[in-house]
Write a protein that binds this ligand. Structure first.
Ligand code: NAD
Length: 348
């Protein structure tokens, strides 16, 4: 904190957070609380905006801190009073800093930056919370790419200490310095990565999560055993499948697709099962389908296991009759017969 230059920080009074999903809300909360800036949330979903603001109001973290006398009820009210919401970007208040946290999709993000860069002052810094998309590429959609940067917060933002900062090729050193200072004022520790797919965190984390989904898909172990092995065996707070649910399977898939397409190595190919879950709308904890999915997965498991069992006995019979050598059988993602079909990352 001692290295912070007050002149640079005095530049940021008004922050705009685009996207009020799980990341945007967390970013807005730490900015309002620790950097004491006004925060304007923009989301094209009114429901998301309302849910996000309600979430902050009820945020148990703030109440816990009041109980521990780290925060007063008055300070909580002041934090809440720093928020405003809009669903139409044209109503944006002239911000000094914008952090975009919409879905991990180049087309959505580039179109947002094209629009917002026309509505903000020229000196405004534009940051993306992308998990994997090229900052240099995103910067090419704005008129002042020197003021564009990657600011990758971790989930959940109020709890996780790290912000990865990614300057693009065109990012100026002033933009990099102010962004570092802003993250530090929010109470975060900063690391810097060059602009490479997945940066540091997701270049390492996502192949690990993807491999866990492949292990599940190949019937190597149950989801409980995969998670327990990694949790107790490598001392991480949660297993990779629970972590995937927590991040959002759509986000995990989008990141794997970026790693695969940008780095071109087949080791980054997304698991077929991951794609299937996203196609089904089973995105993990943020998905409303979670409960239905648990039920469906149970039912499907039973049905599938019965079908798999029947196929197995039929094949055994054929093998015996014709005395053929042992066969390895695979239907879709599934090895038969002794591998129980498991199609849920979530607890069921
Ligand atoms: N989930 C994580 O663990 C995590 C961690 C670090 C970074 N990120 C990154 O943060 C970003 C957001 O992730 P998230 O988990 O908060 O996703 P999310 O699905 O929870 O939220 C995305 C939000 O963007 C909004 N949105 C979509 N299109 C929009 C548009 N055109 N205009 C305005 N709002 C729009 C949606 O309504 C939603 O509220 C992604 O780029 C993701 O890769 C996610």
């Amino acid at each position: 904190m001692s290295s912070i230059v007050p002149e640079a920080l005095s530049k940021i009074k008004q922050l705009c957070v685009i996207g009020s999903g799980q990341m945007g809300i967390g970013i807005g909360l730490v900015a309002a609380r620790y950097a004491k800036v006004q925060v304007q949330f923009i989301d094209n979903s009114q429901t998301q905006l309302e849910t996000g603001i309600k979430f902050i109001g009820k945020c148990s973290l703030l109440d816990k801190d009041i109980a521990k006398e780290r925060l007063t009820p008055l300070e909580k009210t002041e934090i809440l009073n720093r928020f405003t919401t809009i669903s139409d970007m044209k109503d944006i208040k002239s911000p000094d800093f914008v952090i975009e946290a919409v879905s991990e999709n180049l087309n959505i993000k580039s179109s947002i930056f094209e629009q917002v860069s026309k509505l903000v002052p020229r000196e405004c810094i534009l940051a993306s919370n992308t998990s994997s998309i090229s900052i240099t590429k995103l910067a090419s959609f704005v008129p002042v790419p020197e003021n564009f940067i990657g600011m990758h917060f971790m989930n959940p933002v109020p709890v996780m200490k790290l912000v990865e900062i990614i300057p693009g090729l065109q990012t100026s050193s002033e933009t990099l310095n102010i962004t570092k200072q802003f993250a530090q004022i929010m109470g975060k520790t900063v690391t810097v990565s060059v602009d490479s797919p997945g940066f540091i965190a997701n270049r390492l984390l996502m192949p690990y999560i993807n491999e866990a989904v492949i292990a599940l898909q190949d019937g190597i172990a149950s989801k409980e055993d995969i998670d327990t092995t990694m949790k107790l065996g490598t001392n991480v707070p949660m297993g990779p499948l629970t972590l995937a649910d927590f991040i959002g399977l759509d986000t995990c898939l989008a990141i794997m697709n970026v790693l695969h397409s940008q780095l071109g190595d087949s080791k980054y190919r997304p698991a077929v099962l991951l794609q299937k879950y996203v196609d089904a709308g089973w995105l993990g904890k943020k998905s409303d389908f979670a409960k239905a999915y648990d039920k469906v997965s149970h039912k499907d498991n039973n049905t599938l296991n019965t079908i798999c069992g029947a196929w197995w006995w039929l094949l055994k019979l054929v093998q015996r009759l014709f005395k053929k050598p042992k066969m390895t059988v695979r239907i879709g993602d599934q090895l038969l017969p002794n591998v129980p079909y498991k199609c849920g990352l979530r607890e069921s």
